[in-house]
Design a protein around this ligand. Structure first.
Ligand SMILES: [Zn+2]
Length: 562
């Protein structure tokens, strides 16, 4: 297959597998780890496993890239009989006989995988977790972290995430597994720091997957779907083996990455999700529930169904894909302004470290990090710990993107691709970053004030979610300038853009389709209204991913008191 100039890169959570297989060919250390994983399937994360406490348990089914509508439709339309059976009859308004689906729960921003799961498994927003996207630049280390690479193709960080807990180690706040402090098993999830066991599928499947990618057979969706389904199914196999050997833990997380990757490249992404739920995930969930039932613990187990973000179909052509290199892509505008842009690789050569602009891509968003162009160190690199200058560095970039977006000058292909441009007065590393403001065409204004004059009901909870991303100790990691491209189901597909290589579906935006996420709580032994009451005490009027940790702790502690 001839590769297009912009390669149809496989990113997001599905790269878990590919990254692993590729990286093991290059690194002896990781090769050893892979072998360990291949044999053991369960990797012990603590020297001694915490004991399993009697009483209430929790079981989290974590779907990557399944939006609320996708999951709720799949359940309503009978594609998920095992989930439906657990929930019991639908009593309306999100309440089931034995379950409660929280209405209007939103993701954090950006609505992307790594930032989402980091916030889900800590209850803290990105400006506090330090994980602000699928990839992000850390100024004080001059390092791009890319556990789900978008602007780079190197998948070493994906391998490090699995073999060495890269995402968990990047998180600056306690995880659910640390807060709960009970036996926790995690199947495949990016965030597993503080758990007892991490289970992972065998390396041979992963190698097959890599082989399929390398051969360029990505166009053949039949093959692909099977491969990803197999990955998700085998993960459940490993999870059940661990339960057979170590017991039913107090907390079990079952993470399913395959459905997200498949949605990115499938021809009818939203239809395929229904089929994927029916053919793969619901049966896998049924197997886990059956094991809990046989072990006699299902009655006392809170079962949660959650996801990180939804999916919005896009056109896979050069015009709609805002990518990295080439004279009509966004970085070319920075070069036009005299910035030296960090190369789009995970680790630039030592001679390439004299850049003063860096980018990280999140689908609907792009982060632009800027150095103070007067702060040059003796080694010729820029002092990235310092803040860029507000007018000469930050606003120069803001005005240039505003101009190109309005006029097509000096890059005609970038005309009309952006929705909003955010920036703020920069602060140096070590000081809390300020909340993003939005450029109104003349100056930066507070998002709340801007929205009063230019209402945007399509951008859900924009002000609070942008604050969660930007204001705090690690808010710098969302860039000095943030570009939001035009996106959302509200626009015709021809008017939707995305920062990445070619895809058929993306996410990351504040629109409803990307942001509205499912959070379902169920327990065989509880009534739906009772679960709804408990849940509403915690989530209040604006339910979000950030409520999952407090909700779980509340449910489990309340159960322990009884
Ligand atoms: Zn995801």
């Amino acid at each position: 297959m001839e590769m297009p100039r912009k390669r149809a890169i496989v990113t997001a959570a599905g790269l878990l597998a590919v990254g692993f297989a590729l990286y093991l060919r290059r690194s002896p250390t990781l090769r050893k780890l892979v072998k360990l994983f291949a044999r053991a399937t369960a990797h012990q994360l603590r020297p001694v496993l915490r004991p399993i406490e009697p009483g209430a348990r929790a079981l989290i089914f974590a779907f990557d890239g399944v939006g609320a509508d996708a999951l709720y439709n799949a359940i309503r339309d009978g594609h998920c009989p095992h989930i439906q059976n657990l929930l019991g009859g639908d009593c309306g308004a999100g309440t089931f006989e034995h379950g409660y689906a929280i209405p209007n729960a939103m993701s954090i921003l950006p609505s992307t995988t790594m930032a989402g799961w980091s916030s889900i498994f800590t209850g803290q927003p990105p400006a506090f977790t330090g994980v602000t996207g699928n990839e992000w630049f850390v100024r004080e280390e001059m390092r791009l972290y890319a556990p789900a690479p978008v602007s780079v193709t190197d998948i070493a960080d994906t391998a490090r995430m699995l073999a060495d807990g890269l995402v968990g180690n990047a998180i600056r706040v306690p995880t659910l597994y640390e807060l709960l402090d009970r036996r926790a098993h995690v199947a495949l999830a990016p965030v597993h720091r503080g758990a007892d066991l991490f289970t992972i599928t065998d390396a041979s499947i992963l190698a097959d997957l890599f082989g399929a990618v390398a051969k360029g057979t990505l166009g053949n969706t039949t093959v692909k779907q099977e491969v990803y389904q197999e990955m998700d199914e085998n993960s459940v196999e490993a999870l059940l083996e661990a339960i057979a050997k170590y017991g039913v833990p107090n907390l079990q997380v079952a993470y399913f990455p395959g459905i997200d990757l498949f949605s990115h490249i499938a021809e009818a992404p939203l239809d395929i999700q229904q089929i994927y739920m029916e053919k793969t995930l619901d049966p896998a969930i049924g197997r886990v529930l059956e094991v809990y039932q046989r072990a006699g613990v299902l009655d006392q187990t809170y079962v949660l169904f959650v996801a990180d973000h939804g999916h919005t179909p896009v056109l896979n052509d050069d015009h709609h894909s805002l990518y990295t290199t080439g004279d009509h892509e966004p970085p070319a505008l920075l070069e036009e302004l005299g910035f030296r842009v960090r190369p789009f690789v995970l680790e630039p050569k030592p001679s390439e470290n004299d850049y003063n602009a860096a980018l990280a891509y999140q689908g609907a968003m792009a982060y632009i990090y800027l150095a103070d162009r007067t702060a040059i160190l003796p080694n010729g690199n820029y002092d990235w710990r310092r803040a860029p200058r507000f007018e000469e560095d930050v606003m120069a970039v803001v005005r240039a993107f505003d101009r190109v977006n309005r006029t097509g000058q000096p890059i005609s292909q970038l005309k009309g691709v952006l929705d909003l441009i955010f920036a703020r007065v920069p602060r140096p590393v070590g000081e809390d970053a300020l909340p993003f403001e939005v450029f109104d065409g003349e100056r930066l204004v507070a998002i709340g004030d801007y929205l009063k004059r230019h209402p945007r009901p399509d951008l859900i909870r924009l002000e609070s979610r942008m604050r969660d991303l930007s204001a705090g100790p690690y808010g710098h990691r969302a860039g000095d300038v943030l570009l939001l491209c035009r996106s959302g189901l509200e626009l015709p597909i021809e008017e939707r853009f995305y920062f990445s290589g070619l895809y058929r579906s993306w996410h990351g935006s504040p629109t409803r389709q990307d942001s509205h996420v499912p959070i379902i709580v169920a327990r065989q032994n509880s009534s739906g209204p009772e679960l709804a009451r408990h849940t509403q005490e915690i989530v209040g009027a604006e339910p979000s991913q950030l409520h999952i940790v407090p909700l779980l702790l509340h449910l489990l502690r309340a159960a322990e008191k009884r």
